[in-house]
Ligand binder design. Structure first.
Ligand code: DGL
Length: 270
């Protein structure tokens, strides 16, 4: 069983892509909807919440957990990998979604100038610039926090004029900050739902990068390089969904992110 964690619904856009590439694997999704969004929360809070979720997924039999959330990957992954995991279960693994994306960015940009669109938590953590400096030192990076985008998606405001206003505001701002940018990363799991409106407000010459397919390719590659982990993962094509929110609130909106209907169970984290 592969655990997939997100603060709420957004990780379902990543799970969709994982399933496409790895349909035979079993996945257990956990959304901490009762406490989302994480985007504006402190480092300590995001770490504590994410660690609780990782422990719950381990307890449900997931030896491998993907933090399918940029904010959690940015704020909690390193501490969990380095400080928490050795004392919890050193054989288990927790992976994030920032590195798989950063590793591929060099292939997209011709100008060598890329822009990162994310939540305040992701942007303020500087995780993308730091990882890019290590892995793609030739790239110049600009960042833009788009704090209104997650609430707009959560409120299903995909077509409203307010959404157009806030999309254009941040796209204009990041492109004005560096006119050489030719690649924009939608570095938040909610943003694929805004892809059409982002594309409509971005010059055609600029590539928009969606993370899901990159994360899926990276996971497939990871599993081929780690047969000892792959052997532990059940492969019956099953999906299960857990949420910290009440079920009637979760299932309808979750289907909108996941692209098909789903049934979930409630879980309390502590
Ligand atoms: N899923 C989060 C991300 O990818 C955004 C939602 C939140 O702020 O909790 O950054």
């Amino acid at each position: 069983l592969i655990g997939v964690f997100d603060s709420g619904y957004g990780g379902l856009t990543i799970l969709r892509e994982l399933e496409k590439l790895l349909p035979e694997y079993d996945f257990l999704y956990l959304g901490d909807n009762a406490r989302s969004p994480y985007g504006g929360r402190s480092y300590e809070t995001i770490h504590r919440y994410t660690l609780e979720a990782v422990k719950a997924l381990f307890d449900h039999g997931c030896p491998l957990v993907i933090l399918a959330c940029n904010t959690a990957s940015a704020r909690a992954l390193r501490t969990i990998q380095q400080k928490d995991l050795p004392g919890l279960n050193p054989q288990n693994r927790v992976l994030g979604i920032i590195r798989p994306c950063v590793e591929k960015l060099g292939e997209y940009s011709l100008s060598g100038h890329v822009g990162i669109l994310g939540t305040e938590g992701t942007v303020n953590s500087l995780s993308y610039p730091i990882e890019l400096k290590n892995l793609q030192p030739g790239l110049t990076v600009a960042q833009e926090a788009c704090p209104m985008w997650v609430p707009l998606v959560e409120n299903m405001e995909l077509k409203g004029s307010g959404t157009r206003y806030f999309v254009r505001k941040h796209i204009d701002r990041i492109l004005n900050s560096d006119p050489l940018i030719d690649t924009l990363v939608m570095a938040c799991t909610h943003y694929p739902l805004l892809e059409n409106i982002i594309a409509a407000n971005t010059p055609k010459s600029i590539k928009l990068v969606s993370q899901g397919p990159l994360v899926a390719e990276s996971l497939k590659d990871y599993l081929s390089r780690h047969p000892e982990m792959d052997e532990k993962l059940s492969k019956l094509g099953k999906r299960r969904f857990l949420t910290t929110e009440s079920l009637e609130n979760f299932e309808e909106k979750a289907s909108y992110f996941y692209g098909k209907t789903l049934n979930a169970s409630h879980i309390e984290l502590s």
